[in-house]
Design a binder for this molecule. Structure first.
Ligand code: NAG
Ligand code: NAG
Ligand code: ZN
Length: 477
């Protein structure tokens, strides 16, 4: 690196002493850029004799070909316009080849629960925006693996996250604005697993600058042991793609294959009352709408539609169209977990709250609100409650009901506090409803309770069950 720097400085001096015409000068600049790119990312020996302008440039041509092959470009061995375009784009600082040759084998974490710590922050974004970008980025990987993450605020975490400029205590100084955006180390102790972000970039929540979530999701892929992918669709492709539509972000199959090769698939939730394996349709994990045994994890309204969640998927039932739509949760909300416990809409806030374990998220349309996930105990539930089974919010009365086993709690949306006198037994106030609830929602003034494949329509005014239906009746079955 030093040698190259001296060389570049020399070149600047020489070039300005003997002004070249513009085209030749541009070519010269590109040559330098390429030399640097190949040294940094393709392990081109940092040997001045190999400088690109040398007559015998075959090692360089070979490297250019290697780079073109890796990046999915036409392999010409020349600095054509496509190649130059790609090498001008911002990218990850981790080399595409040769970098991990010093780490024998396939580094991976030997445990599934990892800690992370956000050691310091960029000034470009509010802290909670950084927190939520990192959380979302971790969840991208958590969703497809058995890995779980928890945040610590002091001491040594497995994954230490810093924002820094230039020289920052490792052997890979950052390079100012543009080009290298971040780098991260593969699993291991000490600085291994850590992720560093170049604070000379303009970090943003959207794609007006460099989107922190996208870069963090990529870097954390390295922290978990993934190397760069040659697949242009992959998150682990080394070049930053600012055109990515964030709402449509999802891992490519290539990323999923990579991470599952290291860690396997997420475990099946043990207490999932789900469909027995025999009746699961041929494509594993994909529930069939009209399976008579179909049950749901959670159900909520969203802007006049009904969302019925099951595993990694959900159905979206609109009253305007007959056929429900079927989607992956991650295609709408990349950072939401699968296998959620409960969901409800507070229409006055245009917000849907999603629960899993002891955490909940707030979503508006396809945006996750900043500052989430939060702990369920912040709502006023006692610490003995580890998860909730189901929830709904009554639009008229502005009360939210949380169902846990055979009891329920009621939350006052106006006062934003749990009401006194709870929990109460479900059977006391909802006679006829099964004492445990998988999912519940409110529509047209009725409460619909779900238990396995059965559904109970409850009239809150008459205080009784008015219909017993199949759970999948909303899916035109
Ligand atoms: C964050 O911490 C790292 C490592 O201690 C340091 O190099 C860097 O300058 C810090 N960045 C900020 C923005 O304080
Ligand atoms: C409700 O669910 C429980 C446990 O899943 C089951 O034993 C019970 O039979 C269900 N009741 C109805 C009416 O489906
Ligand atoms: Zn990378």
């Amino acid at each position: 690196m030093r040698n190259l720097l001296i060389l570049l400085l020399l070149c600047v001096a020489v070039c300005s002493a003997y002004p070249l015409d513009r085209a030749a000068r541009d070519k010269e600049d590109s040559m330098e850029l390429v030399q640097q790119y190949l040294e940094n990312f393709y392990n081109l020996a940092k040997d001045t004799k190999q400088f690109v302008r040398r007559k015998d440039s075959s090692p360089v041509v070979k490297k250019i070909q290697e780079m073109q092959k890796f990046l999915g470009l036409e392999v010409t061995g020349k600095l054509d316009s496509d190649t130059l375009e790609v090498i001008h784009k911002p990218r990850c600082g981790i080399p595409d080849v040769g970098s991990f040759s010093t780490f024998p084998g396939m580094p991976k974490w030997r445990k599934t629960h990892l800690t992370y710590r956000i050691v310091n922050y960029t000034k470009d974004l509010p802290r909670d925006a950084v927190d939520s970008a990192i959380e979302k980025a971790l969840m991208v990987w958590e969703e497809v693996t058995p890995l779980t993450f928890s945040r610590i605020y002091e001491g040594e975490a497995d994954i230490m996250i810093i924002f820094a400029v230039r020289e920052h205590g490792d052997f890979l100084p950052f390079d100012g604005p543009g080009k290298v955006l971040a780098h991260a180390y593969p699993p291991g102790s000490g600085f291994y697993g850590d992720a560093h972000f170049d604070d000379d970039e303009q970090w943003t929540k959207d794609t007006s600058g460099i989107n922190l979530f996208l870069v963090a999701a990529h870097e954390l892929g390295h922290s978990l042991g993934l190397q760069h992918s040659t697949n242009r669709e992959a998150l682990m492709y080394p070049v930053y793609d600012p055109l990515t539509d964030l709402a449509r972000f999802r891992l490519s199959q290539d990323d999923i294959n990579g991470i599952q090769f290291l860690y396997g698939s997420p475990p099946v939730p043990p207490d999932d009352p789900a469909v027995p394996t025999e009746s699961v349709p041929p494509e594993p994990g994909t529930p069939a709408a009209c399976d008579p045994a179909l049950s749901f994890d959670a159900i909520s309204t969203l802007r006049g539609e009904i969302l019925l969640f099951k595993g990694r998927h959900f159905w979206r039932k609109s009253f305007r169209t007959f056929e429900p739509e079927f989607h992956l949760i991650s295609s709408f909300w990349p950072s939401l977990p699968s296998g959620i416990d409960a969901a409800y809409e507070v229409t006055s806030k245009d917000t849907v709250f999603i629960f899993k374990g002891n955490q909940f998220w707030a979503i508006r349309g396809n945006e996750i609100q900043a500052g989430y996930p939060r702990g369920i105990h912040t709502l006023g539930l006692p610490s003995t409650v580890r998860k909730i089974d189901a929830a709904f919010s009554d639009k008229e009365k502005k009360k939210t009901y949380f169902f846990v086993k055979d009891k329920y709690w009621r939350f006052d949306e106006k006062r934003q506090s749990m009401e006194p006198g709870f929990p109460k037994k479900i059977v006391e106030d909802f006679p006829g409803v099964e004492p445990e609830v998988d999912a519940v929602f409110e529509v047209f003034g009725f409460y619909y309770f779900f238990n396995g494949s059965s559904q109970f329509e409850f009239d809150p005014n008459a205080k009784k069950v008015t219909h017993v239906l199949k759970s999948n009746s909303w899916l035109n079955c």
